[in-house]
Structures are given as C-alpha cells and as structure tokens.
Write a protein that binds this ligand. Structure first.
Ligand SMILES: Nc1ncnc2c1ncn2[C@@H]1O[C@H](COP(=O)(O)OP(=O)(O)OP(=O)(O)O)[C@@H](O)[C@H]1O
Ligand SMILES: [Mg+2]
Length: 402
C-alpha cells in the first residue's frame, strides 16, 4: 500500500505557502494535515497534529524560522523537518541542518528535488521498501511499419496495468498526426498534449490530473493535438518537462510512438525504461526491424532498452518462421502476441480494453505476461498464469467506473 506522508506547513507569506500547497496537492502520497501563517503557533500545531513532516519556510524571517527548527527538533523529534528558502546560501543551509532540518529546498522548488526529499524522509521514517517508490516504469511502444499493432499494444498494456489498484498509469499518444489512442479508449478528451506542453511550467499535480482524460479502466490518457498545424509548437524541451511531470505523478507511463521516428519519438525512447519494437513476421517488417535496430544502437540512451515484440503470431499468409526471424534479426524475440483479429477488432471498435472484453483470451494473457515481465510484477504474472482467475480480475470487476 502507498505510504502516505502527513505534512504540516508554516509560511507567513501567503504566495509561497499557496504555491507550495498547490505543488503538493494532488500527490497521492501527501496528506496536508495542517498549515500555519505564524512561526509562533507552529510548535503547538505540530504537537497537536503529529505530522510526519514539518515544512518550515524561512523567507519571512530566517532567524525566527531557524529558532523554530531547533525548537521542533527538541519538542517533536519524531517530526522530520523540511526547510524551504529562496536563498541557497551555504551558511544558511548549514545552520538549518545543525538546527535539526532533515532536508533543505530552495525556491522555486523543483518537483524532482521535492520528490527526492520526500523519498528520503519516507525511507527514514518507515524504512526501505515501505514507501511508495518514486520510480515510474516508462514503456515506449514503437512499430516497424504502419498497422503492426503498436497502439493496440500500448492501450492494452496501459489498461492491464491500470487495473491493479496499486498502479497509476498514463498513456501518452505521441503519434502527433494520426494518433488514435482516444478511439481505442472511446474517449472525447478536453485537453491534449499541446495544452500540457504549453502550460507545463505552471502545472501542479492537481491541475495535471484534471487535464488528462480518465478511462473507466483507471488509465489516464494524454491525447495527440487536434490540429496538425499545432504540432510544430511542441518542442523537445516542453516534452521533456511533460514527461518529467508525468513520471513524478504516475507509477507507469506508456508512450505510443509515431512511425516517423521524429525527435519527440527519440526523446520518448530516451526517457523510457523499455522500448518495445512491435513487428510482424513478414519480410518488409523484419527488414525494418534490422534497420531500426542498427540506428537505435547508435543511441547510447536507447540501445539497451529495445525489445522485439512479434505481434499476430500464427497469421498464415507470407509469414516467416519465428526461428528464421530470430536468425535474421540476430536478436532475441522478447515477446510473442498471438493473432486474434476478431477480438482485437472488437476491442478497438467498442473502445473496451482486452482485459474487460476478453479476459481469458490468449492475446490478453500474452499482454498480461508482457506487462508482468516489463514491470517486474510477479503478481501480474501470477494472474496471467492462472488464466484470469487471480486477484487481478477481481480487482478489475470491483473498480469504480468513472
Ligand atoms: N494480435 C493481433 N491480432 C489480430 N489483429 C491485430 C492484433 N494486433 C493488432 N491488430 C489489428 O491490427 C490493426 C492495426 O492495429 P493498430 O492500430 O494497433 O496498429 P498501429 O501500429 O498502431 O497502426 P498505425 O501505424 O496506424 O498507428 C487493427 O485493426 C488491430 O485490430
Ligand atoms: Mg497507432
């Protein structure tokens, strides 16, 4: 279960207190227990509410703030103190640490730094492995040619992972021109990746989640832009920030790439833990896999992540055998997904994911198994082995529909 940290904040300055609050609100792991605008009252607030973390902003009066750090350290030693200041002066940091602060953050607070600080505090308080791991497993799904099943896999992987209550999963449709993940999820999104990219520096967790479309499976979707002419406005820098924010918010991120291997696609592969290269067993596809592999091998941040997924195994016409394909590719085939056109068409046309439409189908089991391997989640694997009789399916049916 997610370890929730209870926080109390003191900051006499309304603007910075509000900014910090909105940064924290929306994080599943944070519960704002109390807030105060006067240093004088904060020690009492802490002794009455027993928060895990006391956040003390020094800017209004550094000396008073530091006195409060010392006082809290003595009177409420179980409360970890996190100090925030717009000064990064070394002597101030030293004084804060000597007074008993566990962490020191400077304004404007970077999400990454805040999360690292909270992770350290969680580990300190609850021990290793009990806190929610901040790591977000990120999976980019690429294709060796059009129509190989990239989106089908990305959407169904996302829904399979989202069905487990302990996961929060987002799917990013990076097929900027022709992406159709929204169709697979039967969603009419209000916002797109363009809105997020343009506002990313102003976003906080709560606003971010409101900007995404939530599917009944629990999967959050960030769709492609509506208008083609908007696409060039989305820069790599923007996208890097969007990915950063999503990674900080979700336990899993799936990215459905375009087939153009654009700069944004390359960036997505760089920020991912796994790059699935989906192919079918015909000559044009396999030839592209060889070419793509050669190119991706040139990128140190990508090459070790590439995993070949053969889709539609068992399709009769023009198929090369798996053995022959493996020889041609000179690379292990990581996963095989069986051909099941009827089920896959139903899934797409009805906007209902595999796990719901056909939980016992071989294709669903293969997707679950792949999810389990990629995310190193034996529970998912166990459920796949049980042919859908595991806890996972119970969870699915008990999930609240949005
Ligand atoms: N394992 C499968 N068995 C049978 N049909 C499949 C399978 N996977 C996908 N398909 C079908 O293949 C077609 C293309 O799938 P999908 O849209 O996911 O591919 P894509 O690679 O995302 O295509 P695009 O290049 O247009 O983005 C769909 O009709 C889908 O139902
Ligand atoms: Mg697609």
């Amino acid at each position: 279960m997610t370890q929730v940290l209870r926080l109390a904040i003191v900051d006499p300055k309304d603007t910075t207190r509000d900014a910090l609050k909105s940064l924290l609100l929306g994080m599943d792991r944070i519960w704002l227990e109390a807030e105060a605008s006067r240093y004088e009252f904060f020690a009492d607030v802490v002794s009455q509410t027993h928060p895990d973390v006391g956040v003390i902003s020094l800017d209004a009066d550094p000396d008073k703030g530091l006195d409060l750090v010392s006082q809290l350290h003595k009177t409420s030693p179980e409360c970890s103190i996190l100090v925030v200041s717009s000064s990064s002066d070394g002597s101030l940091i030293l004084r804060a640490m000597r007074a008993g602060a566990k962490e020191f953050l400077t304004h404007p607070i970077k999400l990454e730094d805040l999360l690292t600080a909270l992770d350290r505090i969680t580990t300190l308080r609850f021990g290793k492995g009990t806190g929610k791991s901040r790591g977000c497993t990120t999976i980019a799904v690429a294709g060796s040619t059009g129509g190989v099943g990239t989106t089908s896999l990305a959407v169904n992987l996302g829904c399979a992972l989202a069905a487990d209550e302990k996961n929060t999963v987002v799917l990013v449709d990076l097929d900027m021109c022709l992406g159709d993940a929204d169709v697979f999820l039967d969603a009419i999104p209000e916002y797109t990746v363009l809105d997020l990219a343009q506002n990313v520096t102003r976003l906080d967790f709560a606003l971010l989640k409101r900007s995404l479309t939530k599917h009944s499976s629990g999967l959050f979707l960030l769709p492609r832009p509506v208008h083609l002419e908007d696409i060039p406005q989305i820069t790599e820098d923007d996208m890097q920030r969007v990915f950063g924010l999503l990674k900080a918010t979700f336990t899993h991120m799936i990215i459905d790439l375009s087939k153009s291997y654009s700069r944004l696609d390359m960036l997505a592969m760089q920020v991912s833990d796994h790059v699935l290269l989906v192919t079918q067993l015909d000559l044009p596809c396999l030839r592209n896999v060889v070419r793509l592999n050669t190119s991706l091998n040139e990128h140190s941040a990508i090459k070790d992540k590439v995993k070949i997924v053969v889709n539609r195994v068992g399709l009769e016409s023009g198929q090369i055998t798996l053995k022959k394909a493996q020889e041609t590719l000179g690379k292990e085939i990581f996963s095989q997904l069986p051909n099941d056109y009827r089920t896959m068409s139903e899934v797409r046309n009805n906007g209902v994911p595999l796990v719901e439409q056909a939980p016992r189908a071989a294709i669903t089991q293969a997707v679950l198994k792949l999810a389990a391997e990629l995310c190193d989640d034996p529970e998912l694997a166990g459920n796949a082995d049980k042919g859908g009789k595991g806890k996972w399916f119970g969870l699915w049916s008990s999930k609240t529909k949005a």
